[in-house]
Design a protein around this ligand. Structure first.
Ligand SMILES: [Mg+2]
Length: 346
């Protein structure tokens, strides 16, 4: 079979400036990959390059031609294990570049089988958790307004970004703006160990259900000590990138955050979910600010995860793609009426 592949880079604006402890995003450069089988089927993939993990749209564009050549050499979209092994030989890291190819191939393979991807995997759509909606950093009143808006749009779980000199005020204000919402907090490595322990206690008093990445990833001992002292479950995001990191964080976290932009493939994401289970950890599916080709692909794994934070497309001003429906935050895989990931151009 001849597989034809090409790619382009889309420039997508966020709905509003999206700020975390590390910086602000207003435009996302999103590599889009298309792979067709010459029999009328086309797989669509994408992924968000994260500068924090050494990738930009330019580095992705630089390696994609070699990755797509490797796909063409194997020439069989159902040989996913072999192709992904080849991709990892062509470039060592570059997780978004390989992730975009992985998504396009999975979409194509499922389309050829005539099944939504979750059904090809045999997963139970009723097991998918709801996705949270992320409230980025801003002044306190604006964050409270965004929280209120999200609740009005039907979201029952909010993920609040922290890592400022006004974190307690943000939590107090959002808690009273959205008294019934489940709250999770993500500090994106911003706190010291001592600060994180104090904040964990404070957050527990406000009914926060989860604390993500309180301390820097290069301070594993600090993470362990926060974990041991925290009344809240601790999630490892920046501290847990690939499969070998899963057992390594088992004694310093309760939850791992799995992202295509870190782990490079849907098959690796699945391996991480199973490794989490074997190590007594829960899995959260996460994302960057990104479009529906990659968000939808990750959503098909949702039945295997305890938590989902797959709101990347919802944070865009105008995603050119529809994906898996998420009414009120519910990841509604059963509503998909097309094979593959369900992604299509709007
Ligand atoms: Mg995070």
């Amino acid at each position: 079979m001849t597989l034809d592949a090409d790619f382009e880079t889309l420039s997508l604006d966020t709905e509003r400036p999206f700020t975390i402890a590390r910086g602000t995003t207003e435009t996302v450069e999103y590599p889009l990959v298309r792979i067709s089988d010459g029999e009328g089927n086309e797989g669509i993939g994408g992924a968000a390059p994260a500068r924090h993990y050494g990738e930009t749209a330019e580095t992705v564009a630089a390696v994609l031609p070699d990755l797509l050549d490797a796909v063409a050499e194997v020439g069989d979209p159902h040989a996913l294990a072999r192709i992904e092994r080849r991709l990892a030989e062509v470039v060592q890291r570059n997780p978004a570049a390989r992730g975009a190819v992985s998504v396009a191939l999975h979409d194509l393979a499922a389309k050829r089988a005539g099944l939504p991807l979750y059904r090809l995997w045999g997963l139970d759509p009723d097991r998918a958790p709801e996705t949270s909606y992320t409230v980025g950093l801003d002044d306190v009143e604006t964050m409270a307004n965004h929280a209120r808006e999200a609740v009005d749009r039907g979201f029952s779980t909010l993920k609040v970004k922290l890592g400022t000199d006004r974190d307690r005020e943000i939590v107090r204000t959002i808690r009273s703006a959205a008294p019934d919402a489940a709250l999770r907090v993500d500090a994106n490595e911003a706190w010291s160990r001592a600060e994180a322990v104090r904040m964990a206690e404070f957050l527990a008093d406000f009914g926060v259900e989860l604390l993500e990445q309180p301390v820097p990833a290069d301070e594993p001992d600090a993470l362990r000590r926060v974990y041991e002292a925290s009344p809240l479950p601790i999630a490892a995001d920046e501290s847990c990138i690939r499969l070998p990191d899963v057992p390594a964080v088992a004694d310093r976290a309760d939850v791992i955050v799995i992202k295509l932009s870190k782990c490079a493939s849907l098959r690796e994401a699945r391996r991480m979910i199973h490794a989490a289970e074997a190590n007594g950890l829960d899995a959260m599916l996460g994302c960057m600010v990104e479009a529906n080709p990659s968000i939808a692909a990750m959503a098909h794994l949702a039945p295997l995860a305890t938590y989902a934070d797959l709101d990347g497309s919802l944070l865009l001003d105008d995603d050119p793609f529809d994906g898996v429906p998420m009414p009120d935050g519910e990841i509604d895989l059963a509503a998909l009426d097309s094979p593959g990931t369900g992604v299509r151009e709007r």
